[in-house]
Design a protein around this ligand. Structure first.
Ligand code: AMP
Ligand code: MG
Length: 283
């Protein structure tokens, strides 16, 4: 992954393909990248400039009547690094053009209105990058594993989600869905470190242990989620996440690829530039 590599070449191994097994994903691997942490962050920083410029083009597009926008959906087990991706990757672009939203347990009102209600309301407007830290996918993950809905009900969500995303994509949204694949061993390290460090206690949630104990059930839920909801308009990317720097680098490349593919130019002026120049200089 050098500065000359095209992002689609380096990211293609992470695009989910039906028939793959999540169990075969090596969360500790760094496929396609020879260097280590330092080199990884250097490449990410280098690509930050282009990411930032493309985001500004998208923003300018939205400000001049354009309807396109980008939605980044982040899923993964607790401590997988969703927040770190927001901080270190999305954080490289102008925060004015970004809307981040985390999704926790739904309120009573949210439950009453159906699981997509709060999601629809959080979708990015024209020209914006929306980031979901967890999402509507919890409805086929925690809801399935914890038996919060009967099977027939959560099973129906796969088609509901696909229909919803097709509609969102048709309205001008580029959808990028990333699952951060963490190993149970690395999660143990990260949870332990949260306990060891008083500055990390605020991140520790005793409920995370409950999810950790159901690791295999979550793997099965993620496997089916990937197989049922990876579509052409809204593909899943599965990114090895045991090394934070690598996950951040790859998500940066995926975002870059998505923004490049939007192929947005700078909007043309809707005024006479020469005339404005004359007026400005008092001519
Ligand atoms: P965190 O991302 O650490 O703030 O944790 C959010 C918690 O909310 C996680 O335990 C999720 O499983 C839970 N959560 C998110 N969405 C839902 C949902 N639709 N139904 C039930 N629990 C959810
Ligand atoms: Mg948490």
């Amino acid at each position: 992954m050098t500065t000359t590599d095209r992002s689609d070449d380096v990211t293609s191994p992470f695009r989910w393909r039906r028939g793959r097994l999540l169990d075969d994903v090596d969360a500790g691997a760094t496929p396609g990248f020879e260097g280590g942490k330092k080199a990884g962050y250097a490449v990410l920083a280098e690509h930050g400039a282009e990411l930032s410029e493309l985001q500004e083009r998208l923003f300018a597009h939205g400000r001049t009547g354009g309807t396109r926008r980008l939605l980044l959906v982040l899923q993964g087990m607790d401590t997988a690094g969703k927040g770190g991706v927001v901080r270190h990757v999305v954080g490289m672009v102008d925060p004015q053009g970004v809307r981040c939203r985390g999704f926790g347990r739904p309120t009573a009102e949210e439950r009453d209105r159906g699981f997509l209600w709060r999601i629809r309301r959080a979708l990015p407007g024209p020209g914006l990058i929306g980031v979901f830290d967890r999402s509507h996918y919890e409805q086929v993950l925690v809801v399935r594993v914890d038996g919060l809905e009967p099977e027939a009900q959560w099973r129906a969500h796969y088609d509901e989600i696909n229909d919803f995303e097709a509609e969102v994509a048709a309205a001008g949204t580029t959808i990028v869905k990333v699952m951060l694949a963490l190993s149970p061993g690395e999660q143990l390290e990260r949870l332990t470190s949260r306990l060891d460090r008083p500055d990390k206690h605020w991140k520790y949630d005793p409920a995370d242990l409950h999810a950790r104990r159901q690791w295999e059930d979550y793997q099965a839920a993620y496997q089916e989620m990937l197989d049922r909801t990876s579509t052409d308009v809204a593909p899943w990317w599965v990114v090895p996440a045991d090394r934070k720097w690598f996950a951040r680098l790859v998500v940066g490349e995926i975002l870059l690829g998505a923004l490049r593919e939007m192929d947005l130019g700078w909007p043309p002026a809707d005024f006479d530039v020469a005339e404005q120049r004359r007026l400005l200089t008092g001519g």
